[in-house]
Write a protein that binds this ligand. Structure first.
Ligand code: PHE
Length: 339
């Protein structure tokens, strides 16, 4: 029995030092020390021994157990270290590899123009309001004093959703929304998309962008309109830019004007950009019609106001020397990333 114990010890130790993983080690532990293990089997057989042999063999068996246990503990520690090193190796990352570059996007050139204009007006004390692109025909036409037979109301000029609802043809209905039920003074701008049944060509698109302006207070005059637009034109197109008012007609302003700025490419002497004119038309403007004020509950005998509407796409094209409006909407990044 003594020989048997010593043999078990030798075999067990040989096996334990060859194990290479926690699983293998556990299998060996069960094999030698487990309930059905070889050492346990020997201890069970001790009943057959004589009274003298029993304590001697018992002691030997215990020390064999202890030695095996110590070997297992030693090996466990070693395997733990090895496994940790393996994990480090497996999860290694190369911090010296160059990272993937994130391409930084840009604002669309029209958005850039709108933001620039918006900042100019914010600096002058205007606030920004927005109106819906799907608008009541009433706000888009009737409240703006547009007579029933006005050509812009025609099906061929306007996208109707039903007889009462349409895609707004201008940002001017925001004037109505800003005035109705409000107390003066009002000083707002409203940028946004507008829609008209136009065929696509170099200067037309069925969807484009306007920026509406509206000021209502006591004693607002045409002089305020001209002074405001002069200042905006200089900030937008450079110091020295002049404005020119030409008589025009809009149903909701009286008097009305189309407004040109002196050509910022040639300074007014005439060039390709201004088609030899020296002037470039950029907006419509006028004094808010008394019918429109009264219709919104603002007493036109006490208050007056001016309004204007600028085409943002057109300004973007002019400022960036873009010769075809379609380029702005084709979303070709090779083009757009230049701005
Ligand atoms: N809404 C007009 C247009 O689309 C422009 C405009 C705005 C004119 C405000 C006068 C006052 O042409």
């Amino acid at each position: 029995m003594r020989d048997k114990l010593e043999e078990i010890l030798k075999i067990a130790v040989d096996e334990i030092v060859k194990t290479n993983s926690a699983d293998e080690l556990e299998q060996s532990r069960v094999k030698y020390l487990g309930k059905k293990g070889e050492l346990t089997a020997i201890l069970r057989g001790m009943g057959a021994l004589t009274a003298e042999e029993r304590p001697v063999i018992g002691q030997l068996a215990n020390s064999v157990r202890e030695e095996i246990e110590a070997k297992i503990a030693e090996r466990r520690e070693y395997i733990g270290k090895i496994e940790q090193e393996r994990a480090f190796e497996r999860d290694k990352i190369d911090v010296t590899l160059p990272s993937k570059r994130h391409k930084l996007g840009k604002l669309h050139p029209i958005t850039q123009t709108i933001y620039e204009a918006r900042q100019i007006f914010l600096d002058m004390g205007f606030t920004v309001v927005e109106g819906p692109e799907i608008e009541l025909a009433y706000n888009n036409f009737d409240a703006l004093n547009a007579p029933k037979d006005h050509p812009s109301r025609d099906m061929t000029d306007t996208f109707y959703i039903n007889p009462e609802l349409l895609l707004r043809t201008q940002t001017s209905p925001v004037q109505i929304r800003a005035m109705r039920g409000k107390q003066s003074p009002i000083r707002i701008i409203s940028p946004g998309r507008v829609y008209r049944c136009d065929g696509v060509d170099a200067t037309h698109s069925p969807m484009f962008h306007q920026l509406e302006g509206l000021v209502v207070d006591k004693n607002i005059t045409m002089g305020d309109l001209k002074g405001t637009l002069d200042m905006v034109a200089q900030k937008m197109f450079g110091a020295g830019t002049k404005t020119r008012f030409r008589p025009h007609n809009f149903p909701f302003t009286e008097p009305s004007a189309e407004v040109d700025v002196s050509c910022f490419a040639c300074g007014g002497s005439g060039c390709r950009l201004c088609k030899g004119e020296g002037w470039i038309e950029i907006l419509g403007a006028g004094m808010v019609h008394p019918n429109v004020l009264d219709g919104c509950g603002i007493d036109s005998s006490v208050y007056s106001g001016f309004a204007f509407g600028v085409g943002m796409d057109r300004v973007t094209i002019l400022k960036n020397s873009i010769d075809d409006m379609r380029l702005l909407f084709e979303n070709d990044l090779r083009f757009l990333s230049q701005f």
